[in-house]
Design a protein around this ligand. Structure first.
Ligand SMILES: [Zn+2]
Length: 496
């Protein structure tokens, strides 16, 4: 009974890009250096203060639900989830229980196996809720104070829950990467994991396949504290191995043990037991009497759907089918976000060749961007400049090598503080244009033939590789000479 499948579902919390918090006018900003400066009676939970829903937060969650192909109900409401934490002053969180803003959708992700069609991962629901604050404990071990910062209390979070459709740790990572890319393209969150605007929990268990065709499932574990996609992948890999060992030793199944929470220790690369997971009945959900239900019309939903930009999954398909990109190159470009993707699309359309544009963007441009401190907006080789340069290649008027020389020269000029433009490309490229003019090449070829009679004899005797050194002499003499033309002319002149 050793054959098993790993069953993974992910819960992603993403902070929405609004100016103010979900139910009050306080600024929605990451501001850890000035604790408790972004608070008011509503987010402090003072008696008598009344919440009002932030319409932008709702619009962004609607946009996300539609981009995730979810069903959007026309009637939804807010619920109170009761629990006590020092950083949750009301002792309840405003969330959504039985009627979420969106449900039953899917996200298409690239297949882990090369050449296989994309996989659809089910989205159970996506609902809005308010975030808690932050408890800050003295970790020096000297028994210092614990502090509470309520700046983050009440910021809008969208919780996106997937179906348990993921099967490997690397697939879970792919899902997260593609979800993040989608959220960036529809511009609902900055998805900054360091600042906590994208967080992920994973539900993991194993299904052992018995000889009689039945399945035995291990207890479900919820993994927390994973602050990077890499850590999500590592934690799931570790947890699957741990559950296999535990099952082989104890035989405990999902029926014998409650769901538990385990944390991820990134220092030691292990998961550790935290607590038994509460049941939803422990939270005593009930409709929030301070907030009106949210009622939508189909016309409103259709208008938001119409206005959705092209999703990354559709762009990936189009880049492969229309521009001839590999799945890998398309994913690398899209994974860099909307800005670089727009840059690539502009370069590809100017030069007229998606593959050449992708090669330059994924190699030269990304290398230079990674090496520099600044972003694409400061990058001196604009899409217009690179597009103009690559047009010379697609027109077969410039070799790749000469184009790299021009690119390097332009970067040097920009580093010296000179303004560079597409017209500089024209001047520099023209100086290196491929020479196919037979008149200009003939004299150089004749003198090379005269200089290497030995090689000429070898070529005449059928040793075609001897043509190399003669060609080298011509290429050196006429900069930009087209190798193909030189070779053809050489052979015909030697054989005369
Ligand atoms: Zn407030």
């Amino acid at each position: 009974m050793s054959k098993f499948t790993t069953i993974i579902g992910l819960e992603v919390h993403t902070q929405l890009k609004t100016q103010s918090k979900l139910f009050c006018g306080c600024a929605n900003e990451f501001n850890p250096d000035h604790p408790n400066t972004q608070t008011c009676p509503v987010c402090l939970g003072l008696p008598g203060a009344l919440p009002v829903m932030n319409r932008t937060a709702f619009d962004l969650s609607l946009k996300t639900g539609l981009a995730l192909n979810c069903h959007i109900p026309l009637f939804t409401k807010w619920d109170r989830k009761q629990y006590y934490y020092p950083d949750l002053p009301k002792a309840y969180q405003i969330s959504q229980f039985d009627l979420p803003f969106s449900e039953n959708g899917w996200l298409e992700i690239a297949n882990d196996e090369d050449g296989k069609p994309p996989r659809r991962i089910g989205i159970t629901r996506a609902h809005l809720e308010e975030d808690a604050g932050k408890n800050i404990h003295d970790e020096s071990g000297r028994g210092g104070d614990s502090c509470v910062d309520l700046n983050r209390t009440g910021t809008p979070l969208l919780e996106i829950v997937s179906e348990p459709d993921l099967r490997t740790a690397s697939e879970a990572r792919r899902y997260l990467e593609d979800l993040r890319t989608l959220l960036l393209f529809i511009d609902v969150s900055d998805c900054n994991m360091q600042e906590g605007s994208l967080r992920c929990d994973a539900n993991v268990n194993l299904h052992f396949h018995n000889d009689d065709g039945s399945v035995t499932a291990t207890p479900i574990v919820e993994l927390k504290n994973m602050n990077s996609f890499r850590n999500v992948e590592l934690a799931i890999e570790y947890e699957a191995k741990r559950q296999k060992k535990d099952f082989e030793k104890t035989g405990r199944t999902i029926d014998d043990a409650p769901k538990v929470t385990r944390g991820w220790d990134a220092e030691r690369n292990v998961t550790f037991a935290q607590r038994e997971k509460e049941d939803s009945s422990d939270y005593r959900y009930f409709p929030d009497p301070d907030l009106v239900p949210v009622v939508l019309t189909q016309t409103e939903i259709d208008a938001v759907r119409e206005a959705l930009p092209e999703t990354p999954a559709k762009k990936r398909d189009r880049f492969q089918s229309d521009l001839g990109l590999s799945e890998y190159d398309a994913s690398v470009i899209l994974g860099q976000g909307p800005e670089l993707t727009a840059y690539f699309e502009s370069v590809a359309s100017t030069c007229g060749d998606g593959k050449i544009a992708a090669n330059w963007v994924t190699q030269d441009v990304l290398r230079d961007l990674n090496a520099s401190e600044s972003g694409l907006s400061e990058f001196p080789i604009t899409a217009e400049i690179l597009g103009a340069l690559l047009k010379w290649i697609t027109d077969e008027r410039l070799t790749n090598k000469s184009a790299r020389d021009v690119y390097a020269l332009l970067k040097e000029r920009a580093a010296d503080g000179q303004a560079i433009s597409a017209s500089d490309v024209e001047t520099l490229a023209a100086e290196r244009e491929i020479v196919r003019d037979t008149g200009a090449l003939e004299a150089a070829i004749q003198s090379a033939i005269a200089a290497r009679p030995d090689a000429v004899e070898d070529v005449k005797a059928g040793k075609l590789q001897a043509i190399g050194p003669i060609m080298g002499m011509v290429m050196k003499q006429v900069s930009g000479a087209d190798p193909k033309t030189v070779r053809e002319m050489l052979i015909s002149m030697i054989q005369k």
